[in-house]
Design a protein around this ligand. Sequence first.
Ligand SMILES: O=C(O)CNC(=O)[C@H](CS)NC(=O)CCC(=O)C(=O)O
Length: 318
Amino acid sequence: MVKVAVGQMTSTSSKLQNYQVCARLAKEAREAGASFLALPECFNFIGEHWREAVEAAEPLTGPSMNRYCSLAREHGMWLSLGGFQESVPPEPVSPARHTASTEEAQESRQPVPAAESHRSKVFNTHVVISENGDIRAAYRKIHLFDVDIPGGPVLMESRYTQAGREMSVCDDSPAGSLGLSTCYDLRFPEMYTCLGMASQVVLVPSAFTVPTGEAHWETLLRARAIETQAYVIASAQVGQHNEKRASYGHSLIVDPWGKVLADAGSEESPCIRTVEIDLPKVDEVRRGMPIQEHRRAAGPLFAQQLLGDFADLRQPAL
Ligand SMILES: O=C(O)CNC(=O)[C@H](CS)NC(=O)CCC(=O)C(=O)O
């Protein structure tokens, strides 16, 4: 048995205040005997305007992440930090282009342009830090939330976010092997089918909107737990962040049979919930109903049968 904690908070645009909240939650989690704490998407920053996210971006080696690495080390605790605004490194410039642009710059006496377009976007990165303070996994959110929510706000994540292209698993945490995902990814079950093959615990740090959270959050999380036969740990933002933005809350931990073990509800003061997870239960559920073994090469095969050989299958962004 290993005790894990899920944290719930209301981030603002003050990185320092957000850090103080996270540090308090980490201390509480440690005192409750947890060796792992999951904190939600935007744990470090949530702004009012998308431009602020770009301005807030830092590399994984920057001051914010250094602080969280020290926090993990201080408490000897693993941290899952969903949704860090990571600056997109400039693309390596090919020698030929480099020479040309340098010459051009010298001619016009202008500074060499430094991959400006890449600076204007961030990655939405979910980071896992070990108890030694080492970054053990970094997953850059693949599915971007460009949605005009009925009865809610319009969010255009791709305006300021560059989509990731790779999935990520961290296979040696005290809470078992971890499959990393973030928020809107939750609506793309094929991703979890893959993560489930490689992990015992699936992480879904989020900042779900209120209307979509009410309608879908718990159902989707329980479905992902049932389909993957893995624990699901979903940390969530809650409440009003600023005039424009509010989140649904209900940080959940779900077991591999789909049972909700903890639910932080819509509690607005920062809080944690802790649960003892029983990793052998993952194998037990998988042995009892071996759906991985029963899986057929269903996706491409069925789509072809249904739509014909020349099916215009939309290619995922992977
Ligand atoms: O923009 C940021 O600051 C960080 N990113 C987020 O909060 C993202 C994109 S706006 N939110 C979601 O994916 C909500 C998904 C959701 O609510 C649903 O699927 O229903």
